[in-house]
Design a binder for this molecule. Sequence first.
Ligand SMILES: Cc1cc2nc3c(=O)[nH]c(=O)nc-3n(C[C@H](O)[C@H](O)[C@H](O)COP(=O)(O)OP(=O)(O)OC[C@H]3O[C@@H](n4cnc5c(N)ncnc54)[C@H](O)[C@@H]3O)c2cc1C
Length: 122
Amino acid sequence: MPDSNLVTGNSYLVTNIMEYDVVVIGSGPGGYVAAIRCAQLGMKTALIEKYSTLGGTCLNVGCIPSKALLDSSEHYYNATHTFKEHGIDVKDVKVNLKQMIDRKAGVVKQTCDGINYLMKKK
Ligand SMILES: Cc1cc2nc3c(=O)[nH]c(=O)nc-3n(C[C@H](O)[C@H](O)[C@H](O)COP(=O)(O)OP(=O)(O)OC[C@H]3O[C@@H](n4cnc5c(N)ncnc54)[C@H](O)[C@@H]3O)c2cc1C
């Protein structure tokens, strides 16, 4: 379709219509990998995401944050269950939930930023 401004009967305004060879909806692992591959193959590719960050379920609320929290909980488990056997005495081990969640948010941000970087790469 050529560049144009359209107003439909439903008052839906569309400006600057662009042409793409491929449009991928959803920036999860399925979507962003498909979009990158299409671009690598020389196709003009658009990736559409309804949320403000790329990466889909996996990066934002699924695999990455759950593994970041599992990592933290494993450290806690080891500090309270296995350190003693190794001759490591620690006292008053406590969970600082805010710090744990902040760290998880940092891991998610780092991973999502990685996808942003890949999307901007020529
Ligand atoms: C808690 C949890 C832990 C998990 N852990 C693992 C794990 O350890 N290992 C593993 O392999 N898998 C794991 N998964 C599964 C993994 O997250 C999914 O298999 C993977 O995200 C699927 O990728 P996808 O691209 O198909 O879909 P998604 O990642 O769900 O991405 C779909 C994207 O499409 C967007 N979208 C949908 N509709 C529209 C629309 N109309 N317009 C614009 N955007 C749209 C969504 O916003 C979303 O960003 C986990 C899932 C959860 C919930």
